[in-house]
Design a protein around this ligand. Sequence first.
Ligand code: ZN
Length: 239
Amino acid sequence: MAVLEGDVLRALEGNLHDGPAAGRRLAQLADVRLLAPCQPGKIIAVGRNYAAHAAEHDAEVPAEPLIFLKPPSAVIGPGDQIILPRQSERVEHEAELAVVIGRRGRRIPRESSLEHVLGCTCGNDVTARDLQRSDGQWTRAKGFDTFCPLGPWIETDLDPQGLAVTGSVNGLVRQRGNSRQMVFDVATLVSYISSVMTLEAGDVILTGTPAGVGPLAAGDVVTVEVEGIGVLSNPVAAE
Ligand code: ZN
């Protein structure tokens, strides 16, 4: 593991989740291929957490956070291919702010919940929209291999609210939102989810997507950009 300072990668010394330090110089960013920045034990995603996105699916904003799981086997890193599964006719991107848990907790009070967050990265909650509708529940539609791009790195010094979240396909912007538009903010989500299940270091919360989701086709390149973090870019290929 490494710490990114400017465009120089330095060895991460000490415990990632407890005051790590930057050590010796390893490489220039341009000379390495980045992997997904964490290997979550679980990924908890939040549905309809932006009112404008709920509206584009004729859905109401929920009274409590609407949570679902994506499997860790769906995770890919920057530059990895999103594979369109043969079972679906319509796979869509969902640009999202992804929150990485740094410290284990259960029934975390909202006031101290950000102390359990290591940092934030970009996430793409790739979804087979047709299967999501026909199945009635979302495990298959959200769970295919490659349906959870994460990266390019974890920004540890960032207020998660007030960040522009942008989703683009082939350089054209389709989604443009801001994390301040979340129905339930990050502190509330961490507290709420931990009232259901223990959050472990490395777990990821996908915090919902702004309006403008749309289909992906083989040959596309989809990017998720979150202000203050960076750009996550993935090519799309047929199975
Ligand atoms: Zn989503």
